[in-house]
Design a protein around this ligand. Sequence first.
Ligand SMILES: [Mn+2]
Length: 306
Amino acid sequence: MKKSYDIIGDIHGCAEELEALLLRIGYARVGGIYCHPERQAIFLGDFIDRGPNQKDVLDIVRPMIETKEALAVMGNHEFNAICYATEGDDGHIRPHTNKNTKQHKAFLDEFSFGSDAYHDAIKWFKTLPVYLDLEDIGIVHACWCEESFKDIETFLNADKTITDAAYLEYANDRSHVYIALERILKGPEYSLPPELHFHDKDGHKRTNCRVRWWKDSHFPTSQRLEFPESDLTEEQKQALNTREISDVFNMPAKPVFIGHYWLQGTPKPLSKKVVCVDYSVAKGGTMTAYQWDGELEASEDNFVSI
Ligand SMILES: [Mn+2]
């Protein structure tokens, strides 16, 4: 069994960068499928949306996963795509609003809604597990949360794929399934006090922000939250530091690899046990991999970027 992994971050339709990265880290195309004699690739999800080559990406990763040259988990973009395609009791589980359709546009342009190719892609997305609890490492798109894994246990199949019943349950935003899947696939959020509401890059008013769940409660609250580029003033930071984050996050015992967070700059681990491999390739950043060879603590020397 292969014990060395190349863990590859969010791809978002950037097929050229993905191929360049695979070649750089020693994969070769044999019979149309990228493979490595000694290593296995692991994809962190978010294959689709945003970038220029949606179909090309699926044509690269699907055969790798089907032949076990690679493992993969589901990203929130594949999950959203399934919900956009699936009817619940009250219309599509992800409503076809302008905002949701716009976020999904690059994919819908290449896979026209309702076509055979579209249904085939959606069916394949459903085969992606929510997380992978491997012997020595954990793999999940946004947040490693064992409590949430337990909360949705009965709504997952043995291979950690999502049951049809879970998608219907998710349509109720007060269900345990909704809360757990949001946390696992999109990451935990924090409700901001009214004076700290902000507008995101699309002009949408945001009343909450992402939590850096890998920073435990020894860090001040302002460092555990993620704000857009505009930094907080010293006063705002101090006001925030008097507030607590009520959610408790247990730090993983083994190395955990995530994507999702659109990081920038030179890759480095988020902590000794948590590594994010998403360096914003679809926003002018890099396609990045972490080469794991059995170490118990993550090292910044193990990143490769294109
Ligand atoms: Mn994501």
